[in-house]
Ligand binder design. Structure first.
Ligand code: FES
Length: 113
């Protein structure tokens, strides 16, 4: 069975370091997600904090801390490693963001379902 691919962004739309939030509709269900890029490496996560299941961003497309070293939840300041989504500080320490599968083709990022 082949995987479905949904175009979610052009690679060049995301600063390095930087992040971008978006939502996609999958069979009528809305999925909130975000893309992070640092050192040319990309990761895609569901925009849902393990602490409360709420969104992480405090302002649109802002998912990184001020130093661009961690993903930061705006609600209670939890910090997550960029490459694997593991929480290393905050109320959900040792829990992880839900990582989403993706592929980059011809400078476009596709979510894999
Ligand atoms: S909702 Fe993310 S740290 Fe509380």
């Amino acid at each position: 069975m082949s995987q479905e691919e949904i175009l979610i962004a052009a690679e060049g739309d995301i600063a390095d370091p930087g992040s971008k939030g978006l939502s996609v509709s999958i069979e009528g269900t809305k999925l909130e997600l975000f893309i992070v890029k640092k050192n040319a490496s990309i990761a895609v996560y569901e925009n849902s904090c393990p602490h409360t299941s709420g969104p992480l961003d405090w302002t649109p497309n802002q998912f990184l801390d001020l130093d661009n070293n961690y993903i930061m939840c705006a609600n209670h300041g939890a910090l997550f490693e960029i490459d694997n989504g593991l929480c290393i500080y905050g109320p959900c320490k040792a829990q992880s963001l839900k990582k989403l599968a993706f592929v980059v083709k011809k400078n476009n990022i596709y979510l894999l379902l």
